[in-house]
Design a binder for this molecule. Sequence first.
Ligand code: GRF
Length: 224
Amino acid sequence: MTLPRIAVLASGRGSNLQAILDAIAQGRLDARLVGVFSDRPQAGALMRVPPELRWSARPSSFENRQAYEQALGAALAASGADWIVCAGYMRILGEALIARFAGRMLNIHPSLLPRHRGLHTHAAALAAGDTEHGCSVHFVIPELDAGSLIAQARLPVEAGDTPETLASRVLALEHRLLPAVLRLAVAGRLSERDGTTYVDGQPRFTPLTLDSLERRMPHPEATP
Ligand code: GRF
């Protein structure tokens, strides 16, 4: 059986990548990781996979952004990835690259989109007085953190929360949400058309919840 192929774009420590690797290793995700692609050769994420799965290039060593993204796009295409996951990839992707992989590029973002696009989402949620916060997985479009939503996981903001305490509780949810969405994706049950997410061929007007995803796929650390 040929397994669906997943590529991960990451700039940092790669804990979401690790959640994908763990899900594969534990038989919760029937897929193969075909590469980790980074704009930072020192990224911790790269160290989580064997050398033959690592690709990195410093954008500043290319003539311009297009040239860098052409190289990245060629490497992604060569990996044969069916799904490309941005998991802490800290650069804005250009239109040409996104168009090349349209409908099969996902991003995980640490807020309940459309609230708090961009950086510093945990501080922004606190500053706004939000009572709930969380994370979202969505299709990637050229506009930052704006593609159609697939799924969200939420938690209550607690008295005394700081950006750091919120970040760590949200990160734990990210590690459950991302593999759960990928499980749908690699099963061929997830698609996007004209800015709308489809699950099992049906349009979704609200994002899936972590609960509903985990009812389909229990997480070993989820409380019964
Ligand atoms: C995560 O919070 C992700 O949502 C955000 O960047 C962080 C990456 O963390 N886009 P890691 O590199 O996966 O540990």
